[in-house]
Design a protein around this ligand. Structure first.
Ligand SMILES: Cc1ncc(COP(=O)(O)O)c(C=O)c1O
Length: 350
């Protein structure tokens, strides 16, 4: 085991010994890309020779993913819902006319990245995990505008620290109306680099003021879209006094695997789960709200500031009971402390 202070790592890149690479070479035939993926291999070299005219550099032909391996309470290693990440990367690849890594190749590459970097898997009890960043890039040299025929899948592992150093706490969001992260029928629903570059101006501005950035739908600026790089969840009490879990329906947000998992758990707990457009003003009716994603799992929101309208929505000063319970239930599955009823984790034998 590496001598790393696991609890203070944060969400920063810590280089591990190996990365995994696999290249695809193909050709376009009748509008279809036909070719083969080479067997993935491990390498210590974290740099890649890349032509200056590669389509990832020229036209942003790039997609990525993010998933975690956990050392469980029982000492076993679990990778959480990797198959969903594989499927999402395939959808992102299709959206940008890239070669889509087959599910089995994706799985093999992740397993290789784990097995060759075991010393970087944080111990149980630290809250740290081994994060994998699968990256897909277009490597064909071309200047004419269009997709390439060569691609590379690279798995970059990095141990990451607990999102909450110390106590589970709330964050504050600020509404942004100056920058749209993605167009309604653009690439917002795919995990492609361009969306993130397009959002930096807004997220950095929000950070400068000490907040996270809440994106509204880009067509009307009336509905909640995304929380920086995470989905939004709200908790309400419905007309019959029951608990309602609501999350935005939008063509421009990333379908979060964490959000999907929390929705399943919320239904199990007897909550009503609703996926629909959410007006910003509905924050007034919410007893709890959070951002959710692989990195933060559930990140409760205490306030949302809307400087454009001169308003502040106060939601809950402390993390509320419903979201705290959902957070714990999901983490219990990820760390092997509760039954994995939906087979979300793949246990990796050492
Ligand atoms: C824009 C955006 N939305 C939502 C999410 C959350 O998705 P997931 O739960 O699959 O990590 C992420 C992180 O991957 C993201 O980048």
């Amino acid at each position: 085991m590496k001598d790393i202070n696991w609890t203070t790592l944060g969400f920063h890149y810590t280089e591990t010994d190996y990365i995994v690479r696999s290249a695809f070479h193909g050709e376009w035939r009748d509008g279809r890309l036909v070719g083969t993926w080479e067997k993935p291999y491990v390498t210590r070299d974290k740099t890649i020779p890349l032509h200056v005219s590669a389509t990832c550099l020229q036209y942003g032909q790039e997609a990525f993913e993010g998933l975690k391996a956990f050392r469980g309470a029982d000492g076993r290693i679990r990778i959480f819902r990797w198959e969903e990440n594989a499927k999402r990367m395939q959808r992102s690849a299709e959206a940008l006319k890239m070669a889509a890594p087959p599910t089995e190749l994706f799985r093999e590459a992740i397993r290789m990245a784990l097995k060759n970097n075991m010393e970087y898997l944080p111990p149980y009890g630290t809250g740290a995990t081994l994060y994998f960043r699968p990256l897909l890039i277009g490597t064909t040299a071309r200047l004419g505008v269009g997709p390439g025929r060569d691609y590379e899948l690279i798995i970059i592992p990095s141990p990451i620290g607990p999102y909450y150093e110390g106590k589970f706490h709330c964050t504050t969001f600020i509404v942004n109306r100056r920058v749209d992260r993605a167009a309604p029928l653009g690439t917002g629903a795919y995990k492609v680099g361009g969306n993130y570059a397009a959002s930096f101006r807004a997220t950095e501005e929000a950070h400068m003021e000490g907040y996270d950035c809440l994106f509204l739908d880009s067509k009307t600026h009336r509905y909640i879209d995304e929380c920086s790089a995470a989905n939004f969840i709200g908790i309400k009490t419905d007309a019959e006094g029951g608990t309602e879990y609501i999350t935005p329906r939008s063509s421009a947000i990333l379908p979060s695997i964490t959000n999907h998992s929390l929705m399943v758990l919320a239904r199990d707990k007897g909550y009503k789960v609703t996926c629909r457009k959410i007006r910003l003003e509905e924050l007034d009716e919410m007893s709890e709200a959070a951002a959710c994603g692989t990195a933060c799992v559930v990140s409760p929101i205490d306030r949302v500031i809307d400087p454009g309208k001169g308003r502040m929505y106060v939601i809950s000063r402390e993390p509320g009971p419903v979201l705290t319970d959902l957070y714990n239930s999901l983490q219990d599955i990820q760390y092997g402390r509760a039954e994995d009823r939906y087979s979300w984790c793949e246990v990796i034998e050492e």
